[in-house]
Design a protein around this ligand. Structure first.
Ligand SMILES: Cc1ncc(COP(=O)(O)O)c(C=O)c1O
Length: 445
């Protein structure tokens, strides 16, 4: 076979259908290796999932070819009648699922969605309150190295020292004193329910916009396994690739009207929904990724089914079962447990760092990420914690009893972190264990 670049181009010229294996054996081989990894390891990263074959098919479809700068009915390129229908379909499905007045499906991912919120609501140097990264917040909620921490004044709010949960009383005091223009509610490593009603009261007292970032929990919300923030918030942002099982992307939900228009945007001729849209395009982005919007529409169709409701509740039951099993084995968990899809192992009392344990677990086929814990004495590049999540293993069909077995695997590795024989044995057992389950989008392709 001619695998030279010239040979590949010639085949493409004569045969537009040339397969990946024929055109690029290197990428194809990497793909096969990744598929094998996905089939034989336990994906416990709380922000990852398995998209369905239908979602993957739309992601890899010819919609990737189309330029569609603008919005349905108002594009800067011709030939968009079909993608206009597609984007409108995704928007309408999103609005119906969350009960939102307005939706934008064009953000390239979660961070650009959040950036658009800053552009739409604030001016540089305005005050923003958010949960700091070490306490479970996201980089884009005002962390020092992120644009949100350098271009805006950050006013962190924190966790209660004892409960390790959001301290709403202290938050209220800080908001009253600082009067931030925007308050974020949401996080990347927070294992408990967010009290949106309490946050809405606090935000209203301080004349602050309230923005929920539901990147992690959007699937749980759709399933009814976590409260929906839409009624309480001015804006809601999300990724589409975590618990909601869509393609890698983002979306923004908002009210149409801005309750603070007269106070903060008296000269703007645009309402809140229009300012969000204008922030995404043309202020921050160019052409939307229509293949991703197609795949999002498919994922939203899947998420509207009774099966997805069951799935969302099972995610939470599995996370709780994993938490219980680890607590039984003597592990410490941030907040002492979980109400959602994730748990954070606090390893401060153990000899190694979060990073070192995560590396050992990966060798044994247990894929996690190391994570800061509240009051972490270690650097963010090392940390003293590990974040675990149940969405992906729940997508494989695992239930509570499998979580007990997963806790046993984790314990075996963490108790003998330097015994490579143990890692190799667990690696083999994990592969056997996974073989009994289907991996959506991988084993059914
Ligand atoms: C709460 C939260 N917001 C935003 C993001 C950013 O998403 P992305 O990585 O797609 O930019 C994440 C990603 O982990 C997140 O957890």
């Amino acid at each position: 076979m001619d695998n030279s670049a010239d040979g590949a181009i010639a085949r493409l010229d004569t045969n537009g259908q040339a397969s990946l294996a024929a055109v690029d054996c290197h990428v194809h081989e990497l793909l096969l290796r990744q598929e094998r990894q996905e089939r034989t390891t336990l994906k416990l990263i709380a922000s990852e999932n398995f998209a369905s074959s239908a979602v993957l098919e739309a992601t890899g479809s010819i919609f990737t070819n189309k330029y569609a700068e603008g919005y349905p009915g108002a594009r800067y390129y011709a030939g968009n009648e079909i993608v206009d229908e597609l984007e409108t379909l995704a928007i309408e499905r999103l609005k119906a699922l969350f009960g939102s007045e307005h939706a934008n499906v064009q953000p390239y991912s979660g961070s650009p969605a959040n950036q658009a919120v800053y552009r739409a609501l604030l001016s540089p140097r305005d005050k923003v309150m958010g949960l700091p990264l070490p306490e479970g917040g996201h980089l884009t909620h005002g962390w020092s190295v992120n644009f949100s921490g350098t271009d805006y004044q950050r006013v962190p709010y924190g966790l209660h020292e004892k409960t390790q949960q959001i301290d709403y009383d202290r938050l209220r005091e800080t908001a009253r004193r600082e009067r931030p223009k925007l308050i974020w509610v949401g996080g990347t490593a927070y294992p408990r329910i967010f009290d949106y009603a309490a946050m809405a009261e606090i935000a209203a007292e301080a004349n602050s916009y309230l923005v929920a970032d539901i990147a992690h929990i959007s699937g749980l919300i759709v399933a009814g396994a976590h409260p929906n923030p839409v009624a309480h918030c001015d804006v809601v942002t999300s990724t589409s690739h975590k618990s909601i099982r869509g393609p890698r992307g983002g979306f923004i939900l908002s009210k149409n009207e801005d309750r603070y228009q007269a106070l903060y945007h008296p000269t703007s001729k645009y309402n809140l929904a229009r300012r969000i849209d204008r922030a995404v395009f043309p202020q921050l982005q160019g052409g939307p990724h229509m293949n991703i919007i197609a795949a999002l529409a498919v994922a939203l169709q899947e998420a509207a089914t009774p099966a997805f409701r069951t799935y969302g509740h099972q995610i939470v039951r599995n996370a709780k079962a994993l938490a219980e099993a680890l607590l039984d084995r003597g592990y410490d968990l941030v907040t002492g447990g979980t109400d959602n899809h994730m748990l954070i192992l606090d390893l401060r009392a153990r000899p190694l760092s979060g990073k070192a344990y995560a590396e050992r677990l990966a060798r044994a086929g247990i894929i996690t990420n190391f994570n800061m814990v509240p009051g972490d004495p270690r650097d963010p590049a090392v940390t003293s914690g590990i974040r675990l999540g149940s969405p992906a293993v729940t997508s494989m069909g695992m239930r509570e009893e499998e979580m007990v077995q997963i806790a046993a695997f984790i314990d075996l590795v963490c108790r003998q972190p330097d015994d490579e024989k143990v890692h190799a044995n667990v690696r083999r057992d994990v592969a056997d264990f996974c073989a009994a389950f289907d991996v959506p989008g991988v084993s059914d392709r």
